[in-house]
Design a protein around this ligand. Structure first.
Ligand code: ATP
Length: 217
């Protein structure tokens, strides 16, 4: 078995957590931006357990893991990691970062997230601990205005003056959200509908085959 300490070549590790219910095109673009701009040796995509900050019950973890594999599996240096879905009770980023710090001693850890999460950062469990372990790598996110608002021309989340150490990822802002994807899939899906525009075709097929999101929440 390869142990972390036998992998001194892994110096820069990104952690990209999310419900991924489902993973959509902005998630993919965020992962690609992080890999390229942070020069990562490893990007771990970590679907959450029943995340404490989500009001709704998440889709079964096995489905979210399977869709994450379809969405991110072909990216270089990227691994979909199921550990948070297997943890009993609530899962916290601080705990996962602690594990990664032990698994990749000496590596620089980056926490990849969208600006909406950064602005909520101080509500996270043990956020000071998170900050001490990882550099926040933040992508701007278009403000969601109405169901079909398009990003361009709308005000962006303003990161200036945010009193947290972070690096900003350069990524075209988009307001694609998993909420919007679930809403679209709650209506009948035609072969040439716009559903696929929000998620990769393989993810769209998976959602259809497994009849996910037919009751939108
Ligand atoms: P939901 O609509 O259910 O709240 P979501 O689209 O925000 O879901 P998550 O799985 O909760 O998706 O997000 C995982 C991570 O991806 C978070 O850090 C979030 O900020 C980021 N993210 C999601 N959508 C975007 C986007 N359009 N632009 C930038 N970052 C995004």
């Amino acid at each position: 078995m390869t142990t972390a300490s036998s992998r001194p070549d892994i110096r820069r590790v990104g952690m990209f957590g999310g419900a991924f219910d489902p993973p959509h095109l902005a998630h993919r673009s965020l992962a690609e931006s992080a890999l390229a701009q942070l020069n990562l040796d490893l990007l771990l995509v970590l679907p959450t357990g029943q995340a404490w900050h989500k009001a709704r019950t998440l889709t079964e973890a096995d489905h979210r893991l399977a869709m994450s594999l379809l969405a991110f599996g072909d990216l270089p240096n990227t691994r979909v990691d199921p550990r948070e879905t297997r943890r009993e009770g609530a899962t916290y980023t601080a705990d996962t970062l602690g594990e990664l710090a032990r698994e990749y001693p000496g590596a620089q850890l980056f926490l990849v997230l969208g600006a909406d999460q950064l602005l909520a950062f101080k509500t996270w469990m043990r956020w000071q601990d998170v900050m001490s372990k990882a550099t926040l790598a933040v992508a701007n996110r278009a403000v969601h205005i109405g169901v079909d608002a398009v990003s361009e021309g709308h005000p962006m989340t303003d990161l200036s003056g945010v009193d947290l150490p972070f690096v900003q990822l350069d990524m075209p802002p988009t307001n694609v959200s998993a909420t919007a994807v679930r809403a679209r899939f709650s209506r009948p899906v035609g072969p040439h509908s716009a559903h696929e525009a929000l998620v990769q075709p393989a993810v769209a097929d998976y959602i259809s085959q497994h009849h996910l999101y037919q009751t939108h929440t």
